[in-house]
Design a protein around this ligand. Structure first.
Ligand SMILES: [Cu+2]
Length: 606
């Protein structure tokens, strides 16, 4: 930041939307050995609030110079917490806002929360489309510390120019008479609250300490090894995931992260038609990461890593305990009881690396789990508080009624995992694997025959894959050049979970901004520039230039360095039980070895 200020005249009217490590290219990273010098570069997204021009820059920290500085016309950088706070401060002092609230009988502004949202280009009023825009939800707490999301102030959605910090439109369509609701989850605000009394302590102890080693950001556990990274946009990133086998570390994945999350609210009412969040591309899971608490978020012997991020002025700050690392018991790993040998049982243990993001009303809890049988699981839990809206007396709800005259709109959380797989090296091929029942015939008189069809995905057009329940489709990533003892290529399979179709007309403006949701899996050849499935700049986008555009090139993806983009998440048909705070909704997918090992790799688990 200081280098940009010095060399490029980046002044006080500039804001920093993103600042991260510019990761070295894959070839030089794979060639690097501990102890060798490292060139440190930062990648920066910033903009000038005076002319609204966006720039991306690279700065060499070791070379003390700007190595790239590019104007990016027609795009808006991601939203920032700094602007969210400034918009809140501006609105709560604005006479028009104060008057609109007074008309609704609200005079204590300290109880009001202004929640700034971004939106898509085509939904922004035409005269404002070249500005940095936001629209705002207004909420009211019943008392200091009570849940603001319990009380929407419907019919009031100010529209704000974030560069000028100017109220453009009060967005007041008139009050909705508020119903009586019980939307509190903090015990002191719940009427007649009494905690359950039959819960005894449950302790998890590891008297001899943990079985993993953390050396800087390098983590080793049993036979697994990996490096842990973190940035403002993806949050947690796992690098160089490998498994020690036969005296060497066999690569499994080069880099894994969550690269996008698209949350369209499926509700065209005035309260919700603009409500599509890109929680990663617009807000940043890293920026939204919150500190974890021992005994609450994680039980047992925990190691935490802090994260360092930056504010809109480019100044660094820390998130203490941003990442949690610990081991968990997970029941039985394998078991057999033999009348002569007796019972042989092994416990399954997993190493969990997790972080937790709070995006305004919602939380996303992300768990990457490594197992003793070579499996990897990525689990996401969604919890927090649903957006709700009041209904006028007699009005019907386009979502689920969850309290008196209050409904929660249906919505979807599409999460895109970016999986840069390197199974036994960089040259990999993906196969779609479908089970097919053969018809009854001479060779199949009982109709029992089931075959597995494995089709190599040769180009990006093949790589656009959809989940198939009728064939129990999975995808196998194999190394064509490495064979196991049985003579078959070594591989890992992606076992889908939490996948669902977009159920959206491709003509929808939301779909045009997030073509990625149109398929369960996309496969692309590795290109370091291709990081963001809905494009680098989703904020105020009209059409994304991400996966849909890249894969239109139909590049070869066979026996080469490939990246998998897996789309999963939560199709959230809201429930009364999700109110006032949602029990975690849990989805996951797995990466499981398939012929990667010659047999069960966990025979040696003590
Ligand atoms: Cu939801």
């Amino acid at each position: 930041m200081a280098i940009l200020r010095r060399d490029r005249g980046v002044g006080d009217q500039w804001r920093f939307a993103g600042l991260e490590l510019a990761e070295p290219d894959k070839a030089s990273l794979l060639a690097w050995r501990p102890g060798e010098p490292v060139i440190r570069q930062a990648r920066i997204t910033c903009w000038n609030t005076e002319d609204g021009r966006t720039y991306t820059a690279t700065v060499s920290l070791t070379g003390d110079q700007v190595t790239g500085f590019e104007h990016r016309p027609g795009v808006q950088p991601n939203a920032t917490v700094g602007e969210w706070l400034k918009a809140d401060a501006m609105l709560r002092r604005h006479p028009q806002v104060i008057a609109a609230l007074a008309r609704r009988g609200i005079t204590d502004l300290d109880l009001v929360l202004f929640d700034t949202w971004t939106y898509g280009y085509s939904l922004i009023p035409e005269q404002y489309r070249d500005r940095r825009m936001s629209w705002v939800d207004v909420w009211r707490r019943a008392a200091p510390g009570a849940n603001p999301y319990a009380h929407p102030i419907n019919g009031l959605h100010p529209v704000v120019d974030l560069n000028r910090m100017e109220l453009l439109d009060i967005g007041d369509s008139g009050p909705v008479d508020p119903p009586q609701v019980m939307g509190e989850y903090v015990p002191r605000f719940i009427p007649g609250y009494r905690a359950r009394e039959d819960v005894r302590p449950l302790h998890i102890t590891q008297p001899e300490g943990v079985s993993f080693q953390l050396d800087g950001n390098e983590l080793r556990w049993q036979k697994w090894s990996l490096r842990i990274g973190f940035n403002y946009r993806e949050g947690l990133v796992l690098h160089q995931v490998g498994y020690a086998d036969g005296g060497r570390v066999r690569p499994v994945a080069h880099r894994m992260s969550l690269a996008e999350m698209v949350v369209p609210y499926r509700d065209t009412s005035p309260e919700h038609y603009r409500r599509t969040a890109f929680d990663i591309g617009e807000w940043g899971l890293g920026f939204m990461t919150t500190s974890l608490e021992l005994g609450c978020d994680c039980l047992g012997e925990i190691r935490y890593l802090d994260a360092t991020l930056h504010d809109i002025a480019g100044e660094p700050y820390d998130i203490p305990r941003a990442i949690c690392i610990h081991e968990e018991d997970n029941g039985v790993l394998w078991k057999h009881v033999d009348p002569e040998a007796g019972a042989e049982v092994r416990r399954m243990r997993r190493l969990v690396i997790s972080f937790s993001a709070t995006v305004a009303n919602y939380e996303y809890l992300v768990y990457w789990r490594f197992y003793t049988d070579g499996s990897i699981e990525c689990e996401v839990r969604a919890t927090g508080i649903m957006v709700v809206t009041h209904l006028a007396p007699g009005e019907t709800a386009p979502g689920t009624i969850i309290d008196d005259r209050t409904y929660a709109p249906f919505h979807q959380h599409f999460i895109v995992a970016r999986l840069d797989m390197d199974v036994d090296g960089t040259a990999n091929t993906v196969y779609s694997c479908d089970s097919e029942a053969l018809p009854v015939g001479e060779d199949n008189p009982l109709g029992l025959s089931l075959v597995q069809r494995q089709v190599p995905l040769r180009t990006e057009a093949d790589g656009r894959q959809d989940y198939r329940w009728d064939t129990q489709r999975t995808w196998k990533v194999v190394s064509e050049s490495t064979r196991n003892r049985l003579g078959t290529p070594t591989g890992y399979k992606l076992v889908p979970g939490g996948s669902f179709p977009p159920m959206m007309d491709p003509a929808s403006p939301v779909f045009r901004r997030a073509e990625v949701i149109g398929h369960t899996l996309w496969v692309t050849p590795y290109d370091p520039a291709e990081r963001w499935p809905c494009g680098e700049f989703c904020n105020q986008s009209e059409r994304d230039d991400g996966l849909g555009a890249w894969t239109a090139q139909d590049r070869p993806i066979e026996d080469t360095d490939i990246v998998l983009w897996y789309v999963f998440g939560i199709h959230h048909i809201t429930r009364p039980e999700d109110w006032p705070v949602m029990p975690a909704d849990t989805v996951s997918f797995w990466l499981k070895p398939v012929g990667f090992f010659d047999r069960n790799p966990a025979l040696d688990v003590p």
